[in-house]
Structure formats: C-alpha cells, structure tokens
Design a protein around this ligand. Structure first.
Ligand SMILES: [Zn+2]
Length: 437
C-alpha cells in the first residue's frame, strides 16, 4: 500500500541514489542537450545558458557570467587527395584556427619529416613550395606523458613550415587511436609569417601516406579547405557556495565548458563540468563549508585558454584570496593520484588529504601538481594548486575526435571521481591553512 511514509522514504531514498550519479547525469545533459560547443558558436551560448540555469537549480548561493571577446573559428569542407601517382583521398580534419585554401586548392609535392625538430633543421630548398608532412607517432601511457612531446607539431608546425616557404602542412594526428578518424586541436600563427593551411590526418592515413612516399617520392597532393574565423563573445560561468566562516577565502574548482566541434565533448570536458558542478552542490547539502567554494566553468579553453586569461585579468586584485585552485580536464578515468603544489609547511596537510582519499585507491604525488590547463594560469601567478590525477591510458584514443561521446564514460569511474572531488574540496574548504606557506 502506498502511504505517506513510503512516499517520503521513496523521496528521501531517491536523491541518495541520484547523488552518486549527479556528475554523470549533468555530463549526459550537457552532451545530449547542447552537444558540440565550440567557443563563440550558438551552441557555446546555449551551454552558458544551460550551466547558469543548472547552477541555480542545484542550489548554489551565487551564480554569474563574465563575458570576454574570442575568435569564433568555423570548420568548412575539407578534402585531401593524392593526385599522382596513386589517386585516392585521405581522411583529414582541419586543425583549429587554420585558414582555408582558395577555391582551386593547393596542389604540390610533399616532403616528410619525423618530427617538428627535424623540420626546424631542414634547408629552405627542401621545403619551398611543398606541402610539409610531419609523421610523429604518439604512444599511450597513464599520464599522457607523450602528448607534450608530440603536440608541438600541431601547435607550431604551420609557423615552422611557412618560415621555410611551405604551402601547407599535414600532421599525423596527435592521438593514439588506430581508427580512421583524425584528431583536431589548436594550432597557431605568428605575425609576419605566412598563414598556411594546417590539417591532421588519421593514424592509418599517416601510415598509408608514408608508404606512398616510399614508393613515389614525387607524389603530388591537393588540399581544398574552407574554414573561416570571425570575432565573437563567450563567457566564463561562475557559481559559489558561500563560506560560513571565511567567505572571502576562495577554493576554486574548475573545468572548461567549451569543446571541439567533432564529438560531443563528453571526455573533454563534459565530465569535468559535471564533476565540479556536482561537487559544490553535494557539499552544500552536507552543510555550508567554512571557505567559499567557487566553481568556474571556463570558456574557450580549446582555443588557447582564452577564458582562463580573462578570468585571471578580471580577478587580478583578488588572487591573494584564492587559497587553492584545481581543475578536472583529463577525461573520465579513475583517479589514481592526488598531488599538491603547496608551500613546505603545508605538505603534512597534503598527506592528510591523501589519507582521506586512500580508500578510493588514490596515492600521494610529489608536490608537483599542474592543477589543469585553465588553472595553470593562476598557478603561474602564485596560486597553490592541487590535482586529482586520472588514468588517461585511453584518453588520447578519443581526444578531439568525433568519437569523444558520452557512451565512453564509465559511470562507476565517474562516481569514484565525484567522491574524491567531494572529499578533497571539503577538506580544502574547511581548513584554515595558508597553502602558500
Ligand atoms: Zn580539455
């Protein structure tokens, strides 16, 4: 029989079940209801509205947005073909920020290098008038340590190739998947260096291209691409749980709201958004923390930390009151290590936090935390940071590809993340320790 008591029990039992999966539910909502959300786009604005509304529904004490100017880069059609001697097309993606070609496209022979460093040592006559191909493979590990060694080809390759007179650049995808899709990501230009089109090809296509070049060093390619960039605005979305005793002291936890356009930005960084939104909301249910917990959903991380720099500039006078900052932006794998970047007197407190987390299989790092891409801007300005380091073994299979979608998230792993974020953030917010010391 349905009584008031069973109804009430039902109602009180439900949120417990739901709470365990709150980060997962929020990530699902963002990726399903908004989907891909490149900075400056209509979908980006929709994500800002979604997050603002959601923070209010979750019971945050203060919610606001901070506007900044940003480029809005849009991918157009792109096609890359071998035109001789073995005509066929290659699977590519434009790199974020790349210019397009004119209507005829670029037709040229190709010159291959094994790394950005090799390109930088090349002679101008080897490169002039050609399409450069950088074929640097990336290997997998838990911490993604290869990314930093490979990503230079993506970010700086166009500048270095153009310096030597290249017409365009192709890179092997910065990623670890053997699937036939390419990984996008931000590339940059420099003033006074020609802006040449930059694309990535899938790993199987990179292997295919090396075989074509081995048989036919004079192979000719044609690239057609139609990207364009315009000026736009975006927003950081910020929400707080006000501290009960030290409201002016800020514990900042962040993630980035924007994503690349190819997938739905579930691992990068929908999961991080869900985690930090859930963390503040669930801590508040347990009672107001002593320090203020400020959740920052940064805009345009992918286009080069645009929102993070805007936040640091706007809050420059308040940075001394940022006691610590952290970010979730490495997918949705289990957390295996907690690390800090504290002053020497606070290392005992780092150990205490790790002990709270040890039941979730989380070890202590060597006080060398990075914090995350957006909060690294704050770390560079002296704000202490902490990291909950995730297992990223598979992260670069999906990173910046059409395959970064919600189905890749393991709810049990995300629940472990959520518990760790709540424990860590509560400890930081209820402490009185000056972590700079
Ligand atoms: Zn990210």
């Amino acid at each position: 029989m349905l009584t008031l008591t069973t109804l009430l029990l039902g109602l009180t039992a439900l949120p417990v079940l739901a709470n365990d999966q709150l980060a997962y539910q929020l990530t699902e909502e963002l990726t399903v209801e908004v989907g891909p959300r490149i900075a400056g786009s209509l979908a980006d604005a929709k994500a800002v509205a979604w997050a603002t509304n959601k923070f209010q529904l979750l019971g945050y004490d203060k919610v606001w947005t901070e506007q900044f100017n940003t480029p809005f880069w849009q991918r157009g059609n792109a096609r890359l073909e071998i035109i001789s001697p073995y005509p066929q097309s290659l699977v590519l993606t434009a790199l974020g920020g790349s210019v397009g070609t004119d209507a005829e496209g670029i037709t040229a022979s190709i010159v291959m290098f094994n790394s950005l460093e090799d390109l930088m040592q090349a002679k101008r006559e080897e490169v002039l008038g050609k399409i450069v191909f950088i074929n640097k493979a990336m290997t997998k590990d838990k911490v993604g340590s290869q990314y930093g060694k490979v990503v230079g080809a993506r970010s700086k390759g166009a500048v270095e190739a153009a310096r030597l007179g290249a017409k365009a650049i192709i890179i092997r995808s910065v990623g670890t998947s053997n699937n036939r899709f390419a990984h996008t990501g931000k590339m940059t230009y420099e003033d006074n260096i020609a802006k040449i089109p930059a694309v990535a090809i899938s790993v199987p296509d990179a292997i295919q291209l090396t075989k074509i070049i081995a048989k036919a060093p004079e192979a000719k390619l044609r690239l057609n691409m139609e990207n364009h960039t315009q000026d736009a605005i975006s927003h950081n979305v910020i929400a707080e749980i006000t501290g009960s005793e030290r409201p002016d002291e800020i514990v900042l936890i962040g993630a980035h709201l924007d994503s690349w356009d190819q997938g739905t930005g579930a691992l990068d960084d929908g999961a991080g958004v869900g985690l930090v939104m859930a963390t503040g909301a669930l801590i508040k249910k347990l009672g107001q923390p002593k320090r203020t917990i400020r959740v920052v959903l940064y805009g345009n991380e992918e286009g080069g930390l645009v929102g993070a720099r805007a936040y640091a500039a706007k809050h420059a006078s308040e940075l001394a009151k940022h006691v610590v900052a952290s970010e979730s932006d490495f997918g949705a794998g289990r957390i295996w290590q907690f690390d800090s970047k504290f002053g020497p007197q606070s290392l005992g407190f780092a150990k205490e936090i790790q002990q709270l987390l040890s039941g979730h299989g989380i070890a202590l790092g060597p006080n060398k935390a990075f914090g995350g891409p957006d909060v690294s801007v704050l770390a560079a300005l002296g704000v202490p940071v902490v990291s909950l380091e995730q297992d990223g073994t598979d992260y670069f299979d999906f990173h910046h590809t059409p395959n970064d979608t919600f189905d890749k998230i393991d709810p049990a792993a995300l629940a472990q993340n959520q518990q760790a974020w709540i424990l860590m953030t509560t400890a930081l917010a209820n402490s009185t320790i000056d972590l700079r010391k």
